[in-house]
Write a protein that binds this ligand. Structure first.
Ligand code: C2O
Ligand code: CU
Length: 433
């Protein structure tokens, strides 16, 4: 059974044996070239297999590293045991070539998550190591379809190979490595065929190394029902939501019953010039009647009021300096990882943190193992109706967030633009019981 599921590119939690993930060199056929592109993949697939788990169960994953360099797997967004968080040098030793590591994941939260290495990440993610991790709700909802779109962005050369220089001066002086071939589930401008009347849960994940997407579906309205894996506080309409690397949204999308024969274009509107990402083609068929139900929300999860009387405990100033491994360092309070300005927090006490961007670049800041709420922007109240694990801090912007440390351990906190993180923009929050 597990073998067949592997062939289908999907893993299910009810597989009895541990699921096997193998990082290895393989090849992948992009549509632009005659030859296959050498990539690094999980189980030979681009993107890696979708892992399906169930809320309140434990999933065991046996990770085997067949690369020529160390690696690890981080389960982005999942609140799990710190020892399973997959950060070499912080929560575990690097998994060397030929070695394995067994991850035991106790799944607390249902929703859309993803996994990727946390070693030489700029290169390892870029070469293809990533996959979606879906934790299913104990109580299933009658969606007509559950669609997963892992958005990515490749920097390919004319001969089809991946541009082999990482953390270049150019990447570091800008917003990391932006590519020339955006893909969804590894496909360039894929077409998705649907039926009129279908009600679709569309999960969008930005798994790119650095590119920021702001997807827009022309002519179709949709609601955002979850952000970064967690149901929202209040459902709101989807309108140019900015997805930085690490971010996810779940959309509630109904294909109009009279839309048979139509094509909807999905485009990115983050960049000055919009570009096409995908199309949704509606079959000319008898319309279905969309299932009726209300997706769950989390109205009371770390509400903003909880932080009303909490003082800002830490301000992390984000900036660049000369120096470090690559000649340009990205700092948090003038420090470069691993010599970082760290935080120590007791369990269960609400905390407020400010990410203050003193640079003119973008920094999607991510905290491992927690959800947080954006409370203020530039010192002004700006409470979001959802929680996140990654927030984009724009040039010269400051963002105040609130969260409650709920799991003991050392949790990595960093910019999710991989070259910025590798050039120093990382620290930890040490939560003690
Ligand atoms: Cu996607 Cu350190 O995380
Ligand atoms: Cu950054």
């Amino acid at each position: 059974m597990p073998l067949i599921l592997t062939l289908l590119g999907q893993f299910h939690a009810y597989a009895e044996q541990p699921l096997k993930l193998e990082a290895k060199e393989s090849t992948y056929q992009f549509p632009f070239f005659d030859t296959k592109t050498p990539v690094w993949s999980y189980n030979g697939r681009i993107p890696g297999p979708i892992i399906y788990g169930k809320e309140d169960t434990t999933l065991v994953i046996d990770f085997l590293n067949k690369l020529k360099e160390p690696s690890s797997i981080h389960w982005h967004g999942l609140r799990i045991d710190n020892a399973m968080d997959g950060v070499p040098g912080v929560t575990q030793n690097p998994v060397g070539p030929g070695e394995n590591f067994i991850y035991r994941l106790k799944l607390e939260d249902a929703g859309t998550f993803w996994y990727h290495p946390h070693f030489n990440s700029s290169e390892q993610l870029e070469r293809g190591l990533k996959g979606v991790f879906i934790v299913e709700e104990a109580e299933k909802q009658p969606w007509s379809r559950d669609l997963v779109w892992l958005m990515d962005d490749w920097l390919l050369q004319k001969d089809g190979s991946i541009y082999p220089k990482f953390n270049t001066g150019r990447d570091l002086m800008h917003d990391g490595r932006w590519g020339n071939a955006p893909t969804i589930n590894g496909k360039f401008r894929p077409e998705f065929t649907v039926s009129p009347g279908e009600r679709i849960r569309l999960r969008l994940i930005n798994g790119a190394n650095a590119r920021i997407f702001a997807p827009h579906i022309e002519g179709l309205s949709a609601d955002i029902i979850a952000v970064d894996g967690k149901p929202v506080t209040q459902i709101f309409p989807f309108d140019r939501f900015v997805l930085s690397p690490g971010n996810r949204i779940d959309l509630d999308l109904t294909i109009p019953q009279q839309a048979g024969g139509k094509t909807y274009i999905v485009e990115d509107r983050f960049s000055r010039k919009a570009f096409k990402l995908a199309s949704i083609i509606v079959k000319s068929a008898e319309p279905l009647s969309p299932p009726e139900f209300t997706p769950p929300i989390e109205a009371n999860f770390i509400p903003a009021q909880m932080f009303d009387r909490v003082k800002v405990e830490k301000t992390w100033d984000l900036n660049a300096i000369r120096g470090g491994k690559y000649g340009i360092g990205w700092t948090m309070n003038m420090k470069l990882w691993p010599d970082a300005d760290k935080a120590d927090y007791p369990l269960g006490v609400p905390r407020k943190i400010v990410f203050k961007n003193s640079s003119s670049r973008l920094h999607p800041m991510h905290i491992h193992g927690v959800f947080f709420r954006v409370l203020e922007r530039n010192g002004r109240k700006a409470v979001e109706s959802f929680t996140r694990d990654t927030v984009l801090v724009g040039p010269r912007e400051s963002v105040t967030i609130g969260f409650v440390p709920e799991h003991p351990g050392v949790w990595l906190t960093h910019c999710h633009i991989q070259s910025h993180a590798e050039a120093g923009m990382m620290t930890t929050i040490d939560v003690k019981n």
